[in-house]
Design a protein around this ligand. Structure first.
Ligand SMILES: CC(=O)N[C@@H](CCC[C@H](N)C(=O)O)C(=O)O
Length: 374
């Protein structure tokens, strides 16, 4: 695929970001592109809004999987790009438009020239939430295509184009979403003593949450609690009867997430008494850590070393990825792909460099061709 085709695809996908399990236009677009590839070696199936495409190998001994996430985020884009999102309040702010384009580019090359082994291209919905990996992994459609080894990439805005970074073991954190609802007693702004103010309760709760990390968690362990959204109240001169916090918990160890949840629940019980309110906690979706298999990281390092691409040893990050569920079941690895942007992942001004697209296709194709020799 020519570079200008990659740009066209990326820009078209960038305009149609959709939330998890609503990726209908995205799925239709991907299917349309795949139908135009050479079909001789391809078998395709869909699962919900996802797609699985097998490229049959010339003399297969195993199946290699490459997974791509396809959903966007509920963010208002602020890039001013001519191909900005057409979907109000939705943006590909996590680079999944890049991931899909790279995957299509590599799929097209493999369809033209298959490798010895079978290759499965996995287009997975709902990575940002509520989590498509686990139900996809358990589906009969996936089980029929199940790879013996799997890998995936994620764009890294802080790394230069041409760089790949990963590490053996823990790469991404364990995560849990966090939704906390407060219900108290509303009232007139002038009579706080006759009401139970949920804006005060919720905002105090936010600051107390940070004490769990700073003062209850083992400092040698690692954790993050971020509240990304606060809502509450109705108007400026009414004491709020309801408030809601929306956030996420991240830890470096799977068990630590339960300890943080326990501390949050204890804190909530105290708040119910001291702020005279009811608190309901919902943990939404939870992702298992991305834990890379050492042998495959070693192999990937060998593949990259000596090429034009730059290898970098990564540090573990508190980002989450439901690709961790695939790696819990199937050996493999995930890596960061440098895309250089002044603004990071989940920022409304994220603007990765498009010359990373061709690099990404080259790296994925090279990795597939070398993994077939293992
Ligand atoms: C790579 C990346 O940014 N992934 C997301 C995954 C979100 C999982 C879930 N919605 C949560 O917030 O816990 C991330 O925010 O790290």
């Amino acid at each position: 695929m020519e570079n200008n085709q990659l740009l066209q695809i990326r820009q078209a996908l960038h305009q149609i970001p959709e939330l998890g399990f609503q990726e209908f236009k995205t799925q239709a677009y991907l299917l349309d592109k795949i139908k135009n590839f050479k079909q001789t070696h391809l078998t395709l199936t869909t699962w919900k809004t996802g797609i699985l495409v097998k490229v049959h190998g010339t003399n297969p001994a195993k199946v290699i999987g490459f997974r791509t996430d396809i959903d966007g985020l509920p963010i208002v884009e602020d890039t001013n790009l001519p191909f900005s999102s057409d979907h109000e309040g939705r943006m590909h702010a996590c680079g999944h438009d890049f991931h899909m384009t790279i995957s299509l580019g590599a799929l097209q090359r493999l369809a033209e020239q298959p490798i010895t082994d079978d290759v499965v291209f996995i287009f997975q919905p709902a990575e940002e939430g509520p989590g498509g990996a686990l139900p996809m992994l358990e589906s009969k459609e996936f089980q029929a295509f199940k790879p013996d080894v799997i890998f995936a990439l994620h764009v890294a805005p802080e790394l230069p184009v041409g760089t790949v970074a990963t590490k053996p073991g823990l790469l991404f954190a364990n995560t849990s979403e966090l939704f906390i609802d407060f219900v108290g007693k509303g009232g007139h702004a002038a009579y706080p003593h006759l009401a139970n103010d949920m804006v005060v309760a919720a905002s105090t709760f936010v600051t107390q949450l940070q004490h769990i990390i700073a003062r209850q968690m083992d400092p040698m362990s690692s954790g993050v609690v971020t509240i990304g959204k606060i809502t509450g109240g109705t108007v400026q001169n009414v004491i709020a009867e309801k408030a809601r916090l929306e956030g996420t918990i991240r830890t470096g160890e799977p068990g630590a997430i339960d300890e943080i949840k326990h501390s949050i629940e204890t804190l909530a019980k105290g708040f119910e008494k001291s702020h005279h309110c009811q608190i309901t906690i919902d943990y939404g979706s939870n992702y298992y850590q991305v834990f890379n298999h050492e042998d495959f990281v070693d192999k990937f390092r060998e593949i990259i070393t000596g090429t034009e691409h730059i290898w970098k040893e990564a540090a573990p990050a508190m980002t989450g990825e439901d690709f961790g569920y695939f790696l819990r079941d199937i050996p493999g690895f995930m890596f960061w792909l440098g895309v250089e942007s002044d603004y990071g992942l989940h920022h409304s001004k994220l603007n990765p460099k498009e010359d990373a697209l061709l690099k990404g296709v080259d790296i994925v194709e090279l990795t597939l061709r070398k993994l077939t020799e293992v």
